[in-house]
Design a binder for this molecule. Sequence first.
Ligand SMILES: [Zn+2]
Ligand SMILES: [Zn+2]
Length: 165
Amino acid sequence: MHYKEFDEIYQQETTEQFKPSSKKLKSEEISAGIFVNNFIRLLVACDFCGKYRCIYSKTVLNDVEMEAITQYFDNIIYSCGLPIVSDDHFLANTLYIHLNLTCNLPIEHNYYSCRLKDVDLCFWCGSEDELLEIPSEMQENWKSIYPPCALCQIEGKNWETRSPK
Ligand SMILES: [Zn+2]
Ligand SMILES: [Zn+2]
């Protein structure tokens, strides 16, 4: 059975997950152009900061791939900046994630314009709670607006904007 085979593969690979890989960095360079909103196929929440990070693929993931990767994430601890899977995983050349992310960095701009987005998140901390409403004058002036939550605003974070109208 395919699924059983997949299961065994994931379990073996969880131990490989934390090895830093220079090969992966290279493949990120090669994959320039993949980090656009249309190629976001999946979101993974970092187990440390809780922020959603975007997983990119040039092709739509089929059911087997989707099942494989969601099961895989159920069994590992994921942190910002880590490769998604090890180099010998069958999805290693399919799935891409920004490897220069750290837990301190905000949500990716691409998240806000991807089709997978179902909730707005605080740009700074990733929280769904107490997001500030976008002031209408800001909506008139900017095409892309990334909201802070009330807590982040208290801490001095502000509205992030891009593309003046
Ligand atoms: Zn994180
Ligand atoms: Zn926040």
